[in-house]
Design a binder for this molecule. Sequence first.
Ligand code: HEM
Length: 415
Amino acid sequence: MAARRRRMSDEMLEIDLADPRTHTERDLTEYWQRLRRDFPVYWHPPVGVNPGFWVFSRYAEVMAVFRDNTNLTSERGNVLVTLLAGGDSAAGQMLPVTDGKRHKDLRNVMLKAFSPRALSRISESVRDNTRRLVAEAVRGGQCEFAEQVASYIPNATISSLLGVPDADRNALLSWSKSALSSDEADQSPEQAWLARNEILKYFTELVADKRRTPGEDVITTLTRTEVDGQPLSDVDIVFNCYSLILGGDETSRLAMIDLVLTLTRNPEQWRRLRAGEVELASATEEVLRWSTPAMNFGRTALRDTEIGGQLVRAGDIVTVWNTSANRDETVFAQPYEFALDRSPNKHVTFGYGPHFCLGAFLGRVEVREVLDALRCFSTGFEITGQPRPIHSNFMHGMSYLPVRFEPDEAGLAAV
Ligand code: HEM
């Protein structure tokens, strides 16, 4: 390809992917199309105090990066904010930022805590809770979906999984919202830091409670488990509770808010969903591909390594953009169409490989139950005000979505 055609325009070079405003104020559709086509390996220049980093936008390289925990590590952070700051203080203790044998052992322990028995109980409670919340919202005629419905579903799910008492759940929800992204653009990094500290403090007390009074929950399981012949320390357990809250709360919440917005923009897909012309399972996967709540993840190269034909030097920061890989036209037919019966649909919304999302099953259950409740209880809905995006360079979605529902009286009569 001629060098002239492959030169990046000044406007593209000025796009700062680490700046949350880039993701709320700009439409990056053409940017990603151009990157995938002409610059699948792109060196994002340093901006201010932030170092430069590699950007991988194509599905193939995104998968290759996710797969490789030998040459690439998550132990210096796996999200932009920690990677750019030079590290993650929970490295080697919290599952997503641990690698090697310790990661394998810890993951096996956590997988036990996510046993089919534990998850079947939680899945039933997700279903009951979701149906109740959606039915209430539809009966009320209108609601702010983000706050009144979506906020409560993942929070209740993870809280039940961890055995968090009902009375503490709202506080946990608000800390979790500030810790990773922000509903408000003017939130300072100090507020996010304080929120993270509150979560850690809260779980330190809860772990002590569970040691005294065990329950049937993940924390109790973790207090009784050994890794390499050693019991897990309180700090290990606390960090991993934190990772479940942060990993499972906002992501699912954003996916379900996005599905309401997207269905109002795609009336034919809504009609097909209601008419039972598409399977809930495939609809769930398309909602997950379409929304891609976690836009990117990252790694650090441990040694010189080649990715997508590019030599990446030891110490370089590597980022993968799920948001782009899920629209890769070489993998998804008509990737910019929302098609609830899309098949195959091997999206990377939950990542891939050794760090593949531990909560993927639960995330899917939550999205599926919202879709099912909407189609059972409402004949249609519309957005009644301007949706408000969250402020983040990591997560993507809306924090505010006012909706008016038309009730399906027959469906509602059945609950
Ligand atoms: C729609 C919802 C969700 C999305 C989009 C999502 C996305 C992801 C992604 C992309 C990763 C891989 C991170 C990496 O490779 O560095 C991941 C890992 C993880 N997720 Fe999720 N997640 C969701 C729901 C959940 C839920 C409900 C939970 C917990 C109940 C959870 C817990 C975790 C944990 C613990 C990891 C780390 C696994 C490891 O490092 O071995 N996630 N998630």
